[in-house]
Write a protein that binds this ligand. Sequence first.
Ligand SMILES: *[C@@H]1O[C@H](CO)[C@@H](O)[C@H](O)[C@H]1NC(C)=O
Ligand SMILES: *[C@@H]1O[C@H](CO)[C@@H](O)[C@H](O)[C@H]1NC(C)=O
Length: 415
Amino acid sequence: MFGKTCLLPQAGLLLESLAGLAQLQCPLLATGPQSCHAPNPDSLNSCCYNTPGGQLLLTQFWDTAPSTGPADSWTLHGLWPDNCDGSYEQYCAPEREFTNITAVLAQGAPCTLNYMQTYWKDYQGNDESFWEHEFNKHGTCISTLDPKCYRRHQPGDEVVDYFVRAVQLFKTLPSYAWLKQAGIVPSNTQTYTRADIQAALKKHHGHDVIINCNKKKELNELWYHYNAFGSVVNGRFVPVDPVGSPSTCPETGIKYLPKYDTSVPPPSTTTTTTTASPTTTAAPAPTGTVALSGKGYLYASTGTPASAAGFLISGGKWYATGGTPATYTATPNPDGLTFTLNSSKGNCAIQDAADSSLLCSADVVTGSSFGWNGQALTYGGSPAFFADSVPQGQTQATVYAVEKAVGVTFSWSPR
Ligand SMILES: *[C@@H]1O[C@H](CO)[C@@H](O)[C@H](O)[C@H]1NC(C)=O
Ligand SMILES: *[C@@H]1O[C@H](CO)[C@@H](O)[C@H](O)[C@H]1NC(C)=O
């Protein structure tokens, strides 16, 4: 159900980015001109030179209503091939469109998929349709990802390359940390100037970044611009100044709102979390989470796209139909980022010394530390839990933190 699981995220991401190289007909070390710089692009091989979409944008979101992704990270929007004058083409080839991005990535790039499930989020919760939109609208216009550019093309090769490359670029652009270094942090009261935000980002990217706001002057998007040497698959991206639409944020009074903020009413009733107490020392959580606190229910989802599949009952077992979910209490740890859980049965723990199953019981002396990635409960940084099968009827399934036949994730619904 989860396809191949990503066991070694860092190594996996690297291997996935190398996987496509053998299949391409372009030289590994691109010798051609930089995109948008050839005097006569029509004379060049469009498999090895991005044209007409030679200005490549890596775009990021800051979603707060509703919030998506980790509270201390921007999320991915897309990788867009703009023309060299700022205009752009879209939906370039219906025959190059896909309706099974998740399945293609589960097979061809499971570590990238795993990363995307945290950092490339649809604000309405439908990641698959968001990813399809990005690939079908923009990915089909990247000339160097045309199936004809591959030596032994298998369906979906270009989808893997599109998402692997976008994730790779995104990981070189830690906007949250860059802004924070300049004292620009999410706040309900503080406002910032466009010049300060621009300077904080330009210091690292080396070029201007497009800074976009909504009508309420809330910062919500960043666009980083590149040209490429060679193909998007194995070429080299170089940062450049933007050509095209200017920033939409005003010069002053820009708001950069916190994610998952409980001091403002959430737009929907699905998830609410408390914000970690502000820390004065710089010690961001590795995956950027905030601790859950208070009482709530843990609902299960399976499959891609995720569909509802029951809930946890008080002993920590998963029950799919009938009955009612148990009330869990989340208690933040002193780090403000992780938390423990208990139910009426007692503390909850992943029994790592035994079979890594979840148990809530009076026998559990010390509960495990759990996390919240903005969408799902995590253990050891991963939202992936497992069971031998999806429980049917009156059966209860044991939940594990180690791989079993079916994958399941848990969302938190405050009571
Ligand atoms: C995805 O869909 C394409 C057809 O659009 C098909 O050829 C391919 O086999 C599918 N891939 C997976 C992994 O399901
Ligand atoms: C669960 O945790 C809460 C908060 O720490 C505590 O008040 C409550 O007594 C605990 N319940 C059980 C059954 O351990």
